[in-house]
Design a protein around this ligand. Sequence first.
Ligand code: PFF
Length: 446
Amino acid sequence: MKSNDQWSSRFGFILASAGSAIGLGALWKFPYMAGTNGGGAFFLIFLLFTFLVGAPMLLAEFVIGRHSQQNAVSSYEKISGNPSWKWLGYLGVIASFIILSFYSVIGGWVITYLVRSFSGSLTGLPNSRYEQLFGDIIGSPATSLLTQALFLAITVAIVQFGIQKGIETASRYMMPALFVLFLVLVVRSLSLDGAMEGVAFFLQPDLSKLTAEGVLDALGQSFFALSVGISLMVTYSSYLDKSANLTGSVISVVGLNVLISFLAGLAIFPAVFAFGFEPTEGPGLIFTVLPAVFNQMALGGLFFTVFMALLLFATLTSAFSLMEIIVSTVTRGADNRKKVSWIAGLFVFVLGIPSALSFGVLADVSVFGRSIFDMMDFLASNLLMPIGALLISIFVSKKMKRTILESEVMMSSKAGQVIFPLWYGLIRFVVPAAIIIVLITSLLSY
Ligand code: PFF
């Protein structure tokens, strides 16, 4: 392996995998999913799935990648000795294409909001204007496609330089900054008049509000937010050497992700109720609520611009990881990284066009009762990711020896010795059972 392909430090790897995990999933999707699925009940189920299913899956992917030292496609083939398993790797690449195709649409919205906040055109408006403004922005085909293309171009431009320079350096500074700004936002939101109603909505579970579809959404969200189920973390951890502590990395990534989701809920819901917005607003939730919160702050316009810049960054680090898995699978060590990156970017853009237009000219088109955008998200997060995770959990329990798993989990980690038996039970029984039950129940209730 070229030295260029090794992480410069364990910290670099954690930052990059946290950078992949933390993005629109926690900051944009989580609040709107919680809002449409009853608030506290969704949060509770999401936490259960994250700890009992998502976190064990993350460790499973780390173990596979670090053990095989190969990208996802080759990992499965090499470990099992059976070429059919490489399709599990390809499933991940296909899912990455789909995810990036709609992820880049939201990335484009973030760019638009960043530019607009910079020009000052988002500050000082009455709260009721923000919903309409959002509708105008996403409804415009030219703006949507242009910003989506721009978002992808930035992603490709950075990914083509290879993993270390591209991803790690950038993650190091921006994520902590985003975190701090989020704390400020939470404090402001919690101190609004009427904030407590939002806190209750978010933190008091009312299980009667939960539907079978909501439970599948929560499962999908736990995978989406941790970037698991599509073997991306297999490829990422293949760059790790044997001294890395896998359980410690899982704890950091899961902990950070849950914390950011929690803060996102605390920033959004108090403001939703204080300002009279609807929690069920859907994909536009943060884009209509956050400008209104920043409006209530001293220097709100400036903070909003900084926030959008950091959100864009968090979104990009997730997009890099998706692009990276595509590029590393296609190039397989050949020297055509640059060309492959740009061609892949073009494919993703074309695939994303219907999603981008589904808020405007294609708004009336529905597939199985969903907009095109929602359908792509559903396909990736609620079908492909759970199915991928199910197969990965089966792969780990059927194709990898217990002794190998044990040594990978325990290596360089005291916590690993305690965690291993627990994880081994979860990944063999709880993870597959939970996925099968949730998938079947919710698909039957359709
Ligand atoms: N986890 C990312 C987020 O929450 O924004 C999205 C994502 C990235 C999902 C990479 C899946 C993935 F493989």
